[in-house]
Design a protein around this ligand. Structure first.
Ligand code: ATP
Length: 199
């Protein structure tokens, strides 16, 4: 699996539709200060479901939408699509290419699409669980991240290792099953109460 393409429209400084193609191997992005290099990695984090405006170097989610310049009006929405090569089926779907889109409007409404099909954030998160990609993954190592990993609590470090060995998916499913079990137990208690009342 590797990142093949990013398409941005209305995301931060990328007002016009911009496509960035990546080849296999290492890509370097160079440019003057403030030209939008970090906005590209912000865009990747954002599509993968980042919910914290601070992690995207803003104060509110609306800050990811192009806010205008002296020559150009602000835009009403922001959209980013990531296209990943999936020939090795590392992402557990039958497609050899997977595209993820996130769109947000100034009203705050957010939409996600997986291969152009409307999806939930949960679906996007599940798709990348245990692949190292994702907001909690290790595919984006920002400034200070290594230091953060080394000095973080053992529990936080463990999360990273669990993602690498591929058990996050199972832990998440276990949590969901436990929640369902709890709900079923509550329902059973309620039914027994009703039976007792009736008998
Ligand atoms: P450096 O090399 O200094 O780290 P950089 O190339 O990584 O810079 P970025 O931090 O990616 O630059 O981009 C900053 C630019 O993006 C600034 O010019 C800022 O005005 C612009 N920008 C950020 N958010 C928006 C927005 N919502 N609308 C328009 N422009 C924005």
């Amino acid at each position: 699996m590797y990142l093949k393409k990013i398409e941005l429209q209305g995301f931060k400084s990328f007002a016009d539709k911009t496509t960035i193609d990546f080849e296999k191997g290492i890509t370097g992005v160079v440019g003057p200060n403030g030209s939008g290099k970090s906005n590209i990695s912000d865009a990747i984090k954002w599509v993968l479901g980042e919910q914290s405006a601070k992690s995207l170097r803003g104060s509110k989610m609306e800050d990811v939408i192009f806010s205008g310049t002296s020559k150009r009006k602000a835009l009403g929405f922001s959209e980013v699509t990531l296209t990943l090569d999936n020939k090795n089926k590392e992402i557990p779907v039958d497609y050899s290419e997977v595209s993820i889109t996130r769109r947000v409007y100034r009203s705050g409404e957010s939409e996600y699409y997986i291969n152009k099909t409307s999806s939930r954030l949960k679906d996007v998160k599940e798709l990348f669980m245990d692949t190292g990609v994702g907001t909690d993954g290790y595919s984006i190592i920002g400034q200070g991240k290594i230091e953060e990993i080394l000095s973080s609590k053992t529990e936080d470090r463990r999360n990273l290792i669990e993602e690498a060995v591929g058990i996050v998916k199972y832990k998440s499913r276990k949590k969901e099953s436990e929640k369902k079990l709890d709900k079923t137990n509550d329902n059973l208690i309620r039914i027994n109460d009703i039976i007792e009342e009736l008998s």
